[in-house]
Design a binder for this molecule. Structure first.
Ligand SMILES: NC(=O)c1ccc[n+]([C@@H]2O[C@H](COP(=O)([O-])OP(=O)(O)OC[C@H]3O[C@@H](n4cnc5c(N)ncnc54)[C@H](O)[C@@H]3O)[C@@H](O)[C@H]2O)c1
Length: 366
């Protein structure tokens, strides 16, 4: 297939490598040296392009998608997350509506991850007859070096703009659809800047999402047991990933009423296996037993290929934008800026924007 990748920075380069390895013909667009073209409009034979990837900074997504659709109104587009900035979500929806032949999917890596699927199966099996008491999801990394170099500086969603989308994908895999819908529309009981988002309402399990790009570990006790490297153990004991250390502490833990835990741990062989980024584990533990399953594979690349397949088979007019997730992320960004929780005030985000249920019906689902 002919695939055009717009933006060949950190993430765009991974798209180039993945789709190139899969045998696709790649054309690149970036203003920086080394790209095939400077602008989307310079790509020759645009009607022959099978799919586009938008991997430019979030602030440019709306303009780049608009440029692509001007050149090819029935384009298939894999759009990096977040889809665009909060104030532009209404314009993005309008743009999609004005191009009823286009197909657009926001890159949702964890929605296509085999290990997340395996984890969700284990949760559903364990939770039959033993309800879920609490779900805790943490994505922590020390990104201070990245931030100093101008990456991971989201002026709108703030901390929620980096990992929240991924954490919500994992939550979506565990909760029944109706509960997840409700979660997305519920005011959290607590939001802190690092960021910790705690939600507790009747009928839903307690949910706590935690992410820190400063490296401050929130829940060393919930998944630390899965790491065996002495460096990882040292960071976990101090609850801090130091500057420039590569460890990513990412897990999802489900605690059942009986006290049993089902825990998904990403990359636990950090420091002991060369290919640790492609090894993840699911653990089921209670007082008397422990089971562990390892799932290997590059889930970023697997997700890209799955979403390319989806885009190629999707009907015209399909758009999976995950608007309700973006609305919550926007609210979390606002909260970080103002100190008190509030949903976004843009009229489109309050009334005109389809929620998730409506979105799946109106825009299709991945
Ligand atoms: N899916 C994920 O897990 C994940 C992870 C990291 C980043 N992202 C997202 O990917 C996007 C890119 O992030 P990044 O860290 O790779 O950024 P980056 O700064 O490393 O790369 C962006 C590239 O886009 C180019 N660019 C800027 N404006 C352009 C334009 N108008 N046309 C063509 N090229 C243009 C820049 O020259 C640069 O090479 C962001 O939206 C980010 O949120 C997603």
């Amino acid at each position: 297939m002919n695939i055009v990748i717009v933006g060949i920075g950190m993430i765009g380069a991974r798209h180039v490598a993945c789709f190139g390895r899969a045998g696709h013909r790649i054309t690149t667009v970036d203003r920086k040296e080394g790209a095939d073209h400077d602008r989307v409009a310079d790509v020759p034979a645009r009607s022959d392009v099978d799919a586009w990837v938008v991997a430019t900074p979030t602030a440019t997504h709306l303009a780049v998608v608009s440029e692509i659709l001007r050149c090819q109104p029935n384009a298939r587009i894999l759009l990096e997350k977040p889809a665009c900035y909060p104030a532009e979500l209404g314009d993005l929806v309008d743009l999609v509506r004005r191009h009823p032949r286009a197909r657009i999917v926001v890159n949702d890596v964890y929605a296509h991850s085999r290990v997340v699927r395996r984890f969700a199966e284990s949760v559903h099996r364990a939770a039959a007859g033993d309800p879920i008491r609490k779900i805790t999801i943490e994505f922590t990394k020390n990104r201070v070096l990245d931030i100093a170099n101008g990456r991971f500086v989201d002026t709108q969603y703030g901390e929620a703009g980096y990992e929240c989308f991924h954490m919500l994908s994992i939550l979506r895999a565990i909760l029944p659809a109706g509960h997840y819908e409700r979660y997305l529309r519920t005011n959290p009981a607590l939001v802190t800047p690092e960021m910790r988002v705690r939600t507790a309402v009747p009928e839903l399990p307690e949910v706590e999402l935690y992410t820190s790009s400063g490296g401050a570990i929130g829940f060393a006790g919930l998944a630390g047991f899965a790491f065996s490297a002495s460096t990882a153990k040292r960071y976990l004991a101090r609850s801090i990933i130091p500057f420039s250390a590569e460890l990513r502490y990412r897990f999802a833990d489900v605690e059942l009423v009986s006290g049993k835990h089902v825990t998904l741990v990403f990359e636990p062989s950090y420091g002991v296996a060369a290919d640790y980024k492609n090894e993840h584990t699911v653990h089921v533990r209670d007082a008397g037993s422990q089971q562990r399953v390892t799932v290997s594979g590059n889930h970023f690349e697997e997700a890209l290929l799955a979403q390319l397949d989806f885009l190629c088979g999707a009907d015209e007019g399909t758009a999976v934008l995950r608007l309700a997730e973006h609305r919550l992320m926007a609210a979390l960004g606002l909260t970080a800026a103002t100190g008190s929780f509030a949903w976004p005030v843009e009229p489109e985000l309050q009334v005109g924007l389809p929620g998730n249920g409506e979105e799946l019906a109106r825009f299709g689902s991945a």
